[in-house]
Design a protein around this ligand. Sequence first.
Ligand SMILES: Nc1ncnc2c1ncn2[C@@H]1O[C@H](COP(=O)(O)OP(=O)(O)OP(=O)(O)O)[C@@H](O)[C@H]1O
Ligand SMILES: [Mg+2]
Length: 493
Amino acid sequence: MADAAPTISEPGPEPAASGRAATILIVEDDAAMRMMLREALEEDGYTVEAVGGGRAGIERVKQGGVDLVISDVKMPDLDGLDMLREIKAVTPSPHVITITAFGSIDTAIRAVKLGAFDYITKPFDVDQLILSVQKALDERSLRSELARLRDEVQRSYRWGNIIGKSAAMQSMFALIRRLSGSSASVLVTGASGTGKELVAKSLHFNSTRRDRPFVPLNCAAIPETLLESELFGYKRGAFTDARTDRAGIFVEADGGTIFLDEIAELSPALQAKLLRVLQEGEIRPLGAARSQKVDVRVVAATNKDLEENLTSGAFRQDLFYRLNVIHIHLPALRDRADDILPLAEHFLVSSASKAGKDVRAFHESAKKALLAYGWPGNVRELENVVERAVALVEGPLVRVDDLPPLAPVRDRRPPEGEAEQDPFAAALARGLTLAELERDYIMKVVAAEGGNKTRAAQRLGLDRKTLYRKLEEYAAAGGGGGGPATSGSEGDR
Ligand SMILES: Nc1ncnc2c1ncn2[C@@H]1O[C@H](COP(=O)(O)OP(=O)(O)OP(=O)(O)O)[C@@H](O)[C@H]1O
Ligand SMILES: [Mg+2]
C-alpha cells in the first residue's frame, strides 16, 4: 500500500432507487397471487421479479439490486419471518412488506419487530398495497440520499489517499492542487510519522509528471560514499568496481520527480553537488567527460529543523533556498485534532478489509480515548494502533478495551518547553541582533506562506515593495548564492 499512487476518488455510482425504476421482488408460493401482484405493480411502472419460496427469495436479495421485497408469511419451504430475518442481515438490505393472513395480528407485530417496513392483511385492496410500496420506496431513496451526502462530506476530507479534515490539511490539499502544473522544488517538513512521504507522492501523482517515474532516495540510509553514484551515476572505469555504466536516479527520474528523504543528512560535499545540479539542470556522472541535461522535479523532506542547521552551518543556505521554493509543513497530529477520527476511521476500514473482518466503527469510549491521546508517533502510530485493534477485536465495534492503553494528555496545546516557551529565548541564546531577528522572522513567514510574498507581506504588515527590498538585501548578504529573492515563488513569478 505504501507504494500505491494516490488517486483522486470520483463519486461512486448512484445508490439504488434513485433515477431508475425500482426493482420489487415478490416472494409468494401461490401462483395466482404472484401473478396478480406482478400485474398490479408492473402497471405502476415498477420492475418486478417473482420467486415461489423463501430460500429463492434470500438468494435473489443477496445478488443485489432489489429495492423492496413483498412477501407472504406462510410458505412451505421457509417461514416468511425467518426469511425476513435473513434478508435484514444482508447489507444493504431492501425494505420488506409482509403479507399476513386476516386476524393474525401477532404475526404482523413480529414482522415489524424483525424489521419489516410495513404489513398488509389478506384479503387486501391493491391500492392499499401500492400506497405502502410507494411509502417504502420514498423512505428508502431518502435514506440513500442521506448516505450519499454523508459520503460526499467524507470524500472532501480526502485528497487521493491523504485524509485531512483540519484547516491545515485542507489548505495543503488546495496547495497540492495549485501546484499540479508546477515543477518548483518543494520542501516537506514535519515530525516523524506525519505523512511527509505520502505528501511527496501526492505532489508527484497529482502533477503533470505523473506518467514519469517517482524515485525516492533516503539520504540517511545510504553510505556517503555510495550516495553520489546513487544520485548522479557513473561511467564504466570511473573507479575500480565500475564495470559498466550506471545511471543515477536523476537520469532514472528524468521527466519525473525525485524524493530526497532526510535531506538534512546530506554531507557538505554532496550538498554542493546537488546545488549545482539544481542550478544548472544538468548532471555529470562520475568519470563522465561531459554533463547531460535532466528534467527532474525535486521534493525533499526532513524531520529536522533545517533552519537551525543553517545557523549552525550544517546545511548550506543557498541549497536550502533552492529546495524550499515551496514549503509544506505537516503539523504534529495532536495539533490537528480534527484529523484524528477521520484518520482512525480510514485506517479502520482499510485494516478491516485487509484482515477480512467485519469491523465497522469505533464505540464512543474508543473515540474519546483516541481524541484525548497525544500521539507522539503521529499518524503512523495511529495507523498501528487501529490495525492492532482491528486484529484483536471480536464483533463489529472497537471499544476502548480493544485499544492499547493511551494515556490522555490533558492540555492539547504543545507541552511546556516547546512552542509555548518565550519566543525570544532562542534568539537571546544565539545573541541575535534586532536585524538578524527580523530577518529570521521574515524568512519564517515567507516560508509559512509557501513562498507567496504577497501573502507574507500582508501577514508581516509590510508593503510588498519593502518585503522585496529586504529579501534582496538578504540574498545579497547571503553571498550571491540562491537567496530568497532568487529562489522564486509560485505566487509571484
Ligand atoms: N493524512 C494521512 N492520511 C492517510 N494516511 C496517512 C496520512 N499521514 C500519514 N499517513 C500514513 O502514516 C504512515 C506514515 O506516513 P509517512 O511515511 O508519509 O510519514 P513520514 O512523515 O515520512 O515519517 P518519517 O519521518 O518517519 O519517515 C504511512 O503509512 C502513511 O500512509
Ligand atoms: Mg518518511
